[in-house]
Design a protein around this ligand. Structure first.
Ligand code: NAD
Length: 496
C-alpha cells in the first residue's frame, strides 16, 4: 500500500481536505513510487494563514537568542539525520549521494549561522544632532512569509529561506516543489522535533499554479521568498508588486566558464566537468557555456569530450555513479529540444546528444552529458537556460570579447575565469556582470555564510545567505528618545 503523506497546517498533520494526491516517483527508476502527496486546494490556505499569524504573535516576542537555540537544535538534528535525508533526496530527485550529502551540509551550516545570528541581529545607534537625545535603529520581524522553492536543492534552498525567516521572528508557509515533497516532509518533521512552534511552520504540498499562486495572492502573507525559473518569478513579481509585498526572487542562470590560453588546462577541465555535469546540469549556477580562447579550443574540446564520455550515468544511490537522471520527463524533453535547435542553428554535437542506449537505464530520465561546439553568439543554446547536462562551447579571441559574451545574456548569476594572469583575474571580478565570480574555480560552489544571488533577470536585488539575508526578513525601525524635557525640533533648534 503506497503511503499517503499529510500537510502540516494549524499546528498539526492533516490529510488534504480535497482528498486529492499527487504521485512522487524516483526519476532513476520510474517504477519506484515513493509516496502520494497532497494536491492541496487553495481553500485550505485561510486556516494555514490564520494559524501562522497566531504563531507569529508569540514567536516574534520570543528573544532572538532563544529562537537561535531552536535553530541550533535543528542543525544538530540535520547532522544526525544527514545520511537518511541525503538518500531521501537522491531517491526523489536523482542527484548523486555525494551531492545530496552536500545539500544537507549546506542546511546544517545555514542553521548554525542562524543560531549565532540570534545573538547578533544588530541595529545601530547614531549620534543625534540635538542634545540629550538618542537615535537608534533596530530590526523587527514582519509576519507570515510564503516560501516557494524549486526541486534541485530540496533541503539547502528551503533552509536558506526558512532558517533566517524563523530566526528573525517570522512564521512561514512552505510550498515545496511538487518534485521533492518527501524531502520537504522530513525537513519539517526535523524542524518540529527541534522545538520550533508548530503554528510557525505550515507545510502545504501541491501545485504551483494552484496552492503556490494562492499563497502569493493571499493578503495575510506580507512577505514572499521564491526560488525557481525566471518565468514563474516574473509572474509572482507582478502580483507581489500590485499587493505591495516584500519579495525575494532567485531565478535562472546561463553561467559561463571562461578559459584563457594561459590557464592550467587540467584544472580548467576538472572545473568544467563538475560545473556542467554535476547535479546533471540542474543547478542555477551550472556551467552551461564554456568560453574557450581560440588557440586552446580544439585540444580542450577533445579532452573534454573524452572525459564527458567517461562519466558514469546511473542511479545516484549507487557507488561509482557520476551523473544521475534529469528530474522528470519534461526536463529531458527540454534537453532534446534544445540540442535539436542548436543543430538546426549550425552547432555540432561533439559528444552526447542522446539518451543512453545501454546499462539498464531505460526506466529513468537519463540523458548523456552533451557538448555542443560551434555555438555562435546569439544562438538560442548560447543564451537560454536549458537546465540539463548540455554544455555550449563558444570560441573567443580576446579577453574583452570573452567578457562581452559573458555579459550579453539576460541572466547574471555566476561566472568563472581560469587564468594565471592576475590582471585578467581582477578585471573579471570587476567587469563580469554577475552576482558571483569565481577565479580558477567552477561556476558552482557557493558557501552558506556569504551572500548569494544574481543580477539582471536572475534576481530582484536581494541576496540569500550570509549576513545580507537577515535584512530581507526584518524591517528596520528607528527610535528617537528625547530626555531633554523640552521640545527640540530637528533641523530648527540646532544652535551650532
Ligand atoms: P519552477 O519555477 O518550475 O518552480 C519553482 C517553484 O514555484 C515550485 O515550487 C513550483 O510549484 C512553484 N510555482 C510554479 N508556478 C507557480 C505560480 N504560478 N505561483 C506560485 N508558485 C509557482 O522551477 P523548478 O523547475 O522547480 O526549478 C528550476 C529553476 O529554478 C531554474 O530556472 C533554476 O535556475 C532556478 N533556480 C534558481 C536558483 C537561484 O538561487 N537563483 C536556485 C535553484 C534553482
Amino acid at each position: 500500500m503506497t503511503e499517503k503523506f499529510p500537510n502540516h497546517i494549524a499546528g498539526g498533520w492533516s490529510a488534504p481536505a480535497s482528498g486529492e494526491y499527487m504521485e512522487n516517483r524516483n526519476p532513476a527508476r520510474t517504477s519506484d513510487l515513493i509516496g502520494l502527496f497532497p494536491d492541496t486546494d487553495p481553500s485550505e490556505l485561510d486556516a494555514a494563514v490564520a494559524s501562522a499569524q497566531r504563531g507569529f504573535e508569540s514567536w516574534s516576542r520570543t528573544p532572538a537568542p532563544e529562537r537561535g537555540l531552536a535553530l541550533k537544535r535543528a542543525g544538530d538534528l540535520l547532522t544526525r539525520h544527514k545520511e537518511e535525508l541525503a538518500r531521501t533526496m537522491t531517491r526523489e530527485m536523482g542527484k548523486v549521494l555525494e551531492e545530496t550529502r552536500g545539500d544537507v551540509q549546506e542546511a546544517i551550516d545555514t542553521a548554525y549561522y542562524a543560531a549565532v545570528e540570534g545573538r547578533r541581529l544588530f541595529g545601530r545607534t547614531a549620534p543625534s544632532e540635538l542634545r540629550n537625545k538618542w537615535a537608534m535603529s533596530f530590526r523587527r520581524p514582519i509576519g507570515v512569509f510564503g516560501i516557494i522553492t524549486p526541486f534541485n536543492f530540496p533541503v539547502a534552498v528551503p533552509s536558506w529561506k526558512i532558517f533566517p525567516a524563523l530566526l528573525c521572528g517570522n512564521s512561514i508557509i512552505y510550498k515545496p516543489s511538487e518534485d521533492v515533497p518527501h524531502s520537504a516532509h522530513r525537513f519539517v518533521e526535523i524542524l518540529l522535533e527541534a522545538g520550533l512552534p508548530p503554528e510557525c511552520v505550515q507545510l502545504l504540498h501541491g501545485r504551483g499554479e494552484t496552492i503556490g499562486q494562492a499563497i502569493v495572492e493571499h493578503p495575510g502573507v506580507p512577505g514572499l521568498s521564491f526560488t525557481g525559473s525566471t518565468e514563474t518569478g516574473s509572474r509572482i513579481g507582478e502580483i507581489a508588486g500590485r499587493m505591495h509585498k516584500r519579495l525575494s526572487l532567485e531565478m535562472g542562470g546561463k553561467n559561463a566558464q571562461i578559459v584563457l590560453s594561459d590557464a592550467d588546462p587540467d584544472l580548467a577541465l576538472e572545473g568544467v566537468l563538475w560545473g556542467a555535469f554535476g547535479t546533471t546540469g540542474q543547478r542555477c549556477t551550472a556551467t552551461s557555456r564554456l568560453l574557450l580562447q581560440s588557440d586552446i579550443h580544439d585540444d580542450f574540446v577533445e579532452r573534454l569530450c573524452y572525459e564527458a564520455r567517461s562519466l558514469r550515468l546511473g542511479d545516484g544511490l549507487e557507488a561509482g555513479v557520476d551523473v544521475g537522471p534529469l528530474v522528470h520527463e519534461a526536463a529531458r524533453d527540454k534537453c532534446e529540444r534544445y540540442v535539436a535547435i542548436a543543430e538546426a542553428e549550425g552547432a555540432t554535437v561533439a559528444t552526447g546528444g542522446r539518451r543512453p542506449s545501454d546499462g539498464g537505464l531505460g526506466d529513468g530520465w537519463f540523458y548523456e552529458p552533451t557538448v555542443l561546439t560551434g555555438v555562435a553568439r546569439g544562438h538560442r543554446a548560447a543564451v537560454e537556460e536549458i537546465f540539463g547536462p548540455v554544455l555550449s562551447v563558444i570560441r573567443f579571441d580576446t579577453l574583452e570579447e570573452a567578457f562581452e559574451i559573458n555579459n550579453e545574456v539576460r541572466y547574471g548569476l555566476s561566472s568563472s575565469i581560469y587564468t594565471r594572469d592576475v590582471n585578467a583575474s581582477f578585471r573579471a571580478v570587476e567587469e563580469l556582470d554577475n552576482g558571483i565570480t569565481y577565479v580558477n574555480a567552477p561556476t558552482i560552489g557557493a558557501e552558506a555564510h556569504l551572500p548569494f544571488g544574481g543580477v539582471k533577470s536572475t534576481g530582484n536585488g536581494h541576496r540569500e545567505g550570509g549576513w545580507e539575508v537577515y535584512e530581507f526578513y526584518t524591517e528596520t525601525k528607528v527610535a528617537y528618545v528625547d530626555y531633554s524635557g523640552t521640545l527640540q525640533r530637528a533641523q530648527i533648534d540646532v544652535d551650532w
